[in-house]
Design a protein around this ligand. Sequence first.
Ligand code: ATP
Ligand code: MG
Length: 397
Amino acid sequence: MNFPEVILCKYGEVVLKGANRQNFESSLIKELRRRASPYGTFKIYFKQSIVYVEPQDDFCDMDGMYEAAKKVFGFVGVTRAAVCEKNMEDIKRTVREYLPEKLAGKRTFKVDAKRADKRFPLTSPEISAEIGGVILSTVRGIKVNVRSPEVTVTVEIRDEHAYVRAGQEAGAGGLPIRSAGRGLLLLSGGIDSPVAGCMMAKRGMEIEALHFESFPYTSERAREKVMTLAQEMCEFCSRIHVHVISLTHIQEELRDKCDEDYFTILLRIFMMRLAERCAREYKCHALITGESLGQVASQTLSAIEVTDSVVNLPVFRPCIGLDKNEIVIEARKYGTFETSILPFEDCCTVFTPRHPKTQPRIDEVMSQLAKVDLDGLIEEAYATMTTETKLVYPEYR
Ligand code: ATP
Ligand code: MG
């Protein structure tokens, strides 16, 4: 059975915005329009905190569009609804034909009727009662439970049409992408940093990424893995420019000239400095890392104090209070986990000290740092930077 169907996307926090609300709404619509391009021609507009995505012909891929809508930050709920005429006869016919498949296997339901058009001859309770009766006589074994139904059937009478739907799936939540400025993610091939990037994207940040490699100590395949991760992140982040900088010479200099125990913290200082430079060039106003307090030697409070002190930008660490298993849950949700666990080396694992300093003192670190040419090495490394752009799909611009 073919029904004219629409996708309804319900905003989340955007509703709370005062004067800025219009900007948020237009970011949401723009993003959905960009996301819609591979799935056909849709009319996309909002009314009363809901964005309507209406297919314009029979060639539209509704399944594809629906999955895409669930990955757009800013929506709390996404659902599909059948569209029908604004009369009880057509609404009942739609309920009989459209809902049984959606209610299959469900034990309890309730009907929630909403009347935006108050001229409609029946009141909301009257609509609910009639439609409840239709469902009871069409769907075998289902019962009414008004307090805690397994599924809520919604009948909405709007200006031009009526809409019938069952249940609602969670949207991606958060705020629309690009509504909160741009941040530079330090992206390794691990589990944590892709999650950190997606978490900040969820709060509306546009994500730019920087990866450090150490060729030939790290391989071409390790770099490819990071590119795959960035591509996977685009499912939620839409577009990511990935910059890659070589740390090879810096690491060799540190190995040759500094005490081994300081190696990790010194390397992180270089990373942060290079990241700050990249952030400034690409107009990013924060750095983002996947650090989690105490996870490894470089993530103790004193190590973080040192790395924070060498840059003048806010450093966001959204995973800081999460346990590894909590980060893994997020990584699965964002679809990056399977790639993250592929076994390739990272530049941090090259020349790893046997006893890294976990409580580095800033003066000792600085006297180690004085043994190498900080500015010269930064200049040289920054010149190795190359950039690749990843898009959720080629049509996205
Ligand atoms: P991840 O799982 O994100 O790799 P991790 O637990 O392995 O994190 P570290 O290796 O100490 O932790 O790295 C901490 C953070 O530093 C990472 O989350 C990432 O933001 C950044 N980082 C580490 N290695 C790199 C790299 N090669 N390129 C860019 N950023 C890096
Ligand atoms: Mg790592």
